[in-house]
Structures are given as structure tokens and as C-alpha cells.
Design a protein. Structure first.
Lengths: 427, 427
């Protein structure tokens, strides 16, 4: 039988890696990647996952996802955090650290990896973009496709970002519930409640707290955004007004709230691996400020990881979009699209309709999408109806995990290692 | 037609009041009281609720629950916090402040209140007991029945206390989810995660965090209980061992954790209305301690009111018991039982079976039930299988509220006031 020119190329393996802070739905994207890749056996061989993301890729510490059962991969859809391990590890520029990029290409060659799916935020899209370039220049072309992930919702070109909808839902519900608590007690006890949420430079998560109230008289009464320079006197006056008018005051504060000179209210003084300031503790700072000015009894909460890991209350829309982004990434790759990232495209808000688009990684890399000014009320303390219209669909619906003995029955991977073929390399 | 001696007495009104810190299910007890009272029209007339609990009772600020729709009262079953308002307001001893007790009896007389249902913890049971005594001595006998409520689970004579099961479920799930997050990131980022939970003198809530792991290698690796004096060196050595063995360390710390001399690790120095020290912030204290000793990157969370208001993830068992306690309180009252509190009686743990008992208020008043020593492991850092067997059924099942636009559709009362008949009184 004659071999034709149309005979499909031999399938090549794929590498999937999770990057940066994890979310309630990043594993749903992983499930989308793995389940979809299994549908293209002529193009994609095995899907390997970097153990702890890019660190595993550099150290040739790869997990063979083909050794995981279908039930486990399906279960990733309802399991929070990074099942394969994530990493805060930013590759430097190619000129500064060419060795790391070359090592990655070596690992790709050794394991016949033709596709790289990088599931992360701005930094990661930059890395994936650079990898696609250097692969080309080293004569080992690799199809690099980003899978968007960030609870901060600060990726550009996509209407929203998987991970955000669930943290938004968590923050909105927690604000609603805590506000009912404070309202119950305010007559004789706590007058001011401060809830600190994530969001280093963008106030999307803090804004979601605003969904708890339907109008200005309902809590939260004050939201502090990173986009709005903090003015202490104006803030303290508003707190007093709220306690006078409503008997209590609920404040949602973004960890990235800063004064006009750019100084974070809660600067712990330490830097993370990306050189960013490690934040935390603006909640108590704000609460103490109120106590000293007005003497009100206060309470404060810092949800920290709880907010981004809260798969039990994930948004159905978010889970679906996370899965769809993983699925679309694979579909783009097998269509030969390189150095792109799938996006969520909003068709309408009411009723909510969305579809999948894509954008070149070069455009996304290292760009942060902040809150538009017209999403924040003129006084800087609340969200506008335009913002509400944007946010509300993203927290729609529930997709609860299965439970056993009163706890979510999250899955754990076996994590079987791929046999190493290269000399060691220390990331 | 001849009037018989058996003609039922004229029905008398009831007063229901919420007291102390609220919970995810205290309104379910309210629903139990109100719905059950409506089934005994020959004994009970209207159910009034104190606006902000005993403060409303003193100020004759009463809410007429008969003006609330059946749907609203039913909705209280799935609405967290205190719908009628609660209060941190402790009546002093009768000898010290007879005027307040006499005022209450005056209000009761003015509104023909024959039944008093007080929904609270140890302090409130003491108040209800004293009221039943003074009513007697003033010639206005009043049937006082307690309805147990405390997230701290520190009421004696009842197997558990409504409010606790739901906070336990929240803490167990949050610990599980945050631990998955930390495990994902530990290779290059956070090594130590500290979660602060409520529990001033009793470690029940902290213990519930232990349900997140099935054995000593699974997080949480360390639980700090108020019952176990904190030893810094022993603690820091254990943290280091965990990071060495597992790559990370998850710590659940009770707000009431103290050293052997009784000093709270996080003593804010302020007192609440009951003269108790206001706590908060032991999480960051512990995290900083670890950072200084070992240099590990840390994160910490303080769930604060979120944990006790989290009706979205309430335990079904807890909701049922909260309702049952309200219902039983009314049944005890119409049976003529005075100065008692219904209790949860455990029949078996596996399968979980419970029934309703009762105990005289005199026995309950001001007694705190702490964790038995054999519920805590020998090293003081974990829970035993005996503790697990006790806790596990209490977080069983879910009872999610209805949702609208992605948020729980909690009910709000109209809160129509009862017309005042007495001169003002300032609580």
C-alpha cells in the first residue's frame, strides 16, 4: 500500500503546567486540557504535567497523566488548588537566563513534547510567549498555548478570567453573611466590620463584595479599591456617617489599597519570588485606624487562601469557563495555532451569553487590566450599576462537589513520574 | 350550655429573645419556636420577639412575629445571624440590679407574656433562671425556657449545641481547601499556613479543623487548643518537623490559645460587655513567631464572623437540631415545665442517632464544657479518634439555602413593633 503525503504526522506529547497562585477552578482547566487531548490521539500522545509547574519542567520532574483514571481526571473539575503542584517561579528574560529556556527545550526534546499548555496569569503568558520564540530559534518549534488563570481577574483581552468568578462568589456571599451578623449585634457590640480580600493592583475581588448589597444603604457600605488612592480623613468621615445612619459599617478592603504616593497600607516589607511586595494585614490596619479615630468596637476578617480555594461555593459559570479554556487551548493547538491564549468573549449580560475567542500571547504578556473608573462610584467607595451588570453573571449558579462524611470528596492524583532521561538540573 | 371547670385558660403571649453572638442557625431555632407556638393557640397567643434581644425586652421594643408571613418564618430556617437582633447584654445579679428584673416583669405583665424563650449560651441560661425565680417572688409566675445556642459548643448537659455543627463544618472544609492550596504552592512559596478560629476557652471549633485530615500526615498538622498550655519551643520544633517531612505545615489555632500562666497569645487588651477580654489576631502572632524562628514564608487567615455566619455551608444535622431545640422549648413550656432547657441526647454515633432531652436551667447556668483530655492527642497538637467519632456526625449533610442571582436568598423580617404601654426605660 502506497504511503501518502496525507498520512498524519506521528502524535507528539504535551506538557501542561500550573503557574502562580492557584484557584478553585484551575484544576477544571487541567481537566479540560487532559480530557480534550485524549480526544485527539492522532495529534497528541501523552499529556505530561510539570510537578510544581515550570519547576518540574526544568527539573524533568514530569507526571504522566495517562496513569490517572478517567474518574480522577473528571474529579479535577470539582477539586480546588493545583493538583499537579503550581509554582511561583518566573523565568528571567532570555538574554539574562538563556540556560533555563534552553533546558526547557532540552526536556521537551527528550520527551517528544510538541505542545506546551501554560495555565497562569500575566507572567506565565510572557513565559509561554518567549518559549515559543526560543523553540523556533533553537530549531525545535513548539506550540505554546496559554490557559488563562488568575483570581485577580487582571488579564486583558478576556472578558473575565477563570478563578475570578468563584472568588467573587465567595467574597459576595461572605460579605452578605458577615453583614447580617454585624447588623444583628451592632446595638450592643461590634459597630465596624472590616473584611480584607485579595487583589494586589486590581480591585475586581473587592468590587465583588459590593454584590452583597443592592443599594447604598445595604452593606458593604464602603469598598476600598487599589485603583482609588486612600484618603484617611474622607474614609473616617464616611465610617462615622454609616454608623450614624445605619447603626454599623461594613468595609471591604483590597489588600492592595494604597495612598496617593503608592504606599500600601499594609506593607509587610517582604518580597515574593517575583519581586512583588508580600501583602497581608490591611484589615487590622484599617480596623485599628477606625478604633483610634472613633472608638467603635470592631471585628476584622482576613479570608486569605480560603477565598481562592473555596471550591465548595464555586460559581458554575466560572467552572464552565475554566473547563472551556482548557478545552479550547487544546483545540487551538491541534489547529496549529501557536503562541495564543483562548479568551472569554461576552455576547450579552442579561441574559448572560458568552463564547470562546483567542488572542496572541504577545499582546497579553505582562499587561494588567484594572477596574475602569466608571465601574467605581464617584465617591470612590462603591460599585456602579455598570460594574454590577458586569460582575453579576460571573457568580451565577452553583456546581457543588460530591460530599462524603460531611466533607467535599476532592480527588488526589497518583502522580506517577515519567522516567527521567537527562542529567539533573536545579531550578 | 354549661361552662365546665375544664375550660382551657386564656392563651398568654410569649416572648422570644436572641442573646450573645449569633450563628448560622439561631434563626432556625426562632422558626422552631414560632412555628410550634402557632400550633398551640389555646395556650400561646402571640409570639413577640425582643428587638435586639433582652435590650428590646427592657425597652419594651417588641416585634410582633404574627405580622410576619409564614414564608418569612419558614425562611428563617435558612437565614443566618439574628433576624430579630441579638445583644451582648448581661443582667447583673438580682441583688445588684433588681430594677432590671422588675422592669422585665412589668413588660411581661403589660403584654400578658406568660412564656419567655431565651435563645443563648451560658450567661443567658443564668438570666432565664433568675427571671423565673423573681417572677415567682413578685407574684407574676412566668414560664422560662432556654433554647441552647453557642458556636463554642461549651454548654454542658447537651451532647452538642446548635450553631456548633455548622461552624465546625465551615472550619473543616476551609481547612481542607486552604491546605490543598498550600500543598500546591509549598515548593516555591508559602510553607506555613495559619488559620485562626473562634473558641475563647474551649477548643471545639479548632478541633473541627482536625476533620480535614484523616491521619497525622494530612493537614492540619498542628492544632492549638485553649485547653493545652502553649509551649513555644515545642511548637516551633513541630512546625520545623512538618515542613521537613511534608514540605509544608498547616496550623489551626484557637483564638483562646494561652500560655501556662493563662495569658492569651493575642491579648488586645480591651474588654467586651461581659468583661471578657476581646481577642483577635493570634493568627498573625503565630505566623510571625514561625517566620522569626525559621524564616519560612507564611500566610494566615482569620475567618472571624465568616465562620459563624456561613449558612451557605451549614450542617444539615445542625439546622435540624437548632429547629428541634426551638420546637422542644415550646413543647416543654406548654407542658408547664419551667426553668428548663431542651438538650440534644446522642443515642449512637455510627449511625448517628439523637433525641431531645431536657435539663434544669439552674444546672446549666454559667458552666463551661471544655474538650475532654482524651479528645486531644498526647502531644497536645491533634484530635483523637474518640474526638473524631464525636465530631464527625455533627457536620453531616448539607441544607443549602435557595439562591437568586448567584447569592443566597436570605429573608428579612418586616419587624412590626408592638404598641408600647409603659413609660420609657433605658437599657
Amino acid at each position: 500500500m502506497k504511503k501518502t503525503a496525507n498520512k498524519p504526522a506521528k502524535p507528539r506529547n504535551a506538557l501542561y503546567a500550573q503557574s502562580g497562585g492557584v484557584s478553585a477552578v484551575i484544576n477544571a482547566s487541567a481537566a479540560g486540557v487532559i480530557e480534550t487531548a485524549r480526544k485527539y490521539p492522532r495529534q497528541i500522545g501523552k499529556v505530561y504535567a510539570g510537578r510544581h509547574g515550570i519547576v518540574g519542567a526544568l527539573e524533568e520532574d514530569l507526571i504522566d497523566t495517562s496513569r490517572e483514571s478517567r474518574a480522577t481526571i473528571r474529579g479535577l473539575r470539582y477539586t480546588p488548588a493545583g493538583a499537579f503542584g503550581s509554582a511561583r517561579y518566573k523565568l528571567k528574560g532570555i538574554d539574562k537566563n538563556r540556560a533555563e529556556y534552553e533546558r526547557l527545550i532540552e526536556v521537551f526534546k527528550a520527551h517528544d513534547i510538541g505542545y506546551f499548555f501554560y495555565n497562569g496569569g500575566n507572567d506565565s503568558m510572557d513565559t509561554a510567549h518567549k518559549l515559543s520564540q526560543i523553540g523556533e530559534s533553537l530549531g525545535y518549534p513548539i506550540t505554546c498555548v496559554g490557559v488563562p488563570k488568575t483570581v485577580d481577574n487582571d488579564l486583558p483581552f478576556t472578558d473575565c478570567c477563570p478563578g475570578f468568578g468563584s472568588v467573587a462568589k465567595y467574597v459576595a456571599i461572605s460579605t452578605l453573611e458577615a453583614s447580617l451578623d454585624v447588623a444583628s449585634m451592632a446595638r450592643t457590640s461590634t459597630k465596624v466590620f472590616v473584611m480584607e480580600v485579595m487583589g494586589r493592583h486590581a480591585g475586581w475581588i473587592a468590587a465583588a463584595g459590593g454584590l452583597a448589597g443592592r443599594n447604598a444603604s445595604e452593606p458593604p457600605h464602603i469598598i476600598l479599591f487599589p485603583e482609588i488612592p486612600f484618603e484617611q480623613e474622607k474614609f473616617l468621615a464616611r465610617v462615622k456617617q454609616c454608623v450614624t445612619d445605619f447603626g454599623y459599617c461594613v468595609i471591604v478592603v483590597s489588600e492592595g489599597t494604597a495612598t496617593a504616593d503608592g504606599k500600601f497600607l499594609a506593607d509587610a516589607g517582604t518580597l515574593d519570588a517575583f519581586g512583588h511586595t508580600q501583602l497581608g494585614g490591611v484589615g487590622p490596619v484599617i480596623a485599628n485606624m477606625v478604633k483610634q479615630a472613633h472608638g467603635y468596637k470592631y471585628h476584622w476578617a482576613v479570608a486569605d487562601y480560603l477565598q481562592r480555594a473555596a471550591r465548595h461555593i464555586a460559581s458554575k459559570v466560572d467552572v464552565e469557563q475554566a473547563y472551556a479554556m482548557g478545552k479550547a487551548a487544546v483545540e487551538l493547538a491541534v489547529q496549529g495555532r501557536n503562541s495564543v491564549m483562548p479568551t472569554v468573549v461576552r455576547k450579552s449580560s442579561r441574559p448572560y451569553k458568552w463564547t470562546v475567542g483567542s488572542v496572541p500571547l504577545a499582546k497579553v504578556a505582562n499587561v494588567e487590566k484594572k477596574m475602569p473608573r466608571d465601574y467605581i462610584t464617584a465617591d470612590g467607595f462603591g460599585i456602579t450599576s455598570k460594574c454590577r451588570l458586569y460582575l453579576s453573571p460571573l457568580i451565577g449558579g452553583g456546581d457543588p462537589p460530591p460530599y462524603k462524611d460531611g466533607l467535599p470528596a476532592y480527588v488526589r492524583i497518583k502522580g506517577v513520574s515519567v522516567k527521567k532521561k537527562l542529567p539533573p538540573f536545579k531550578a
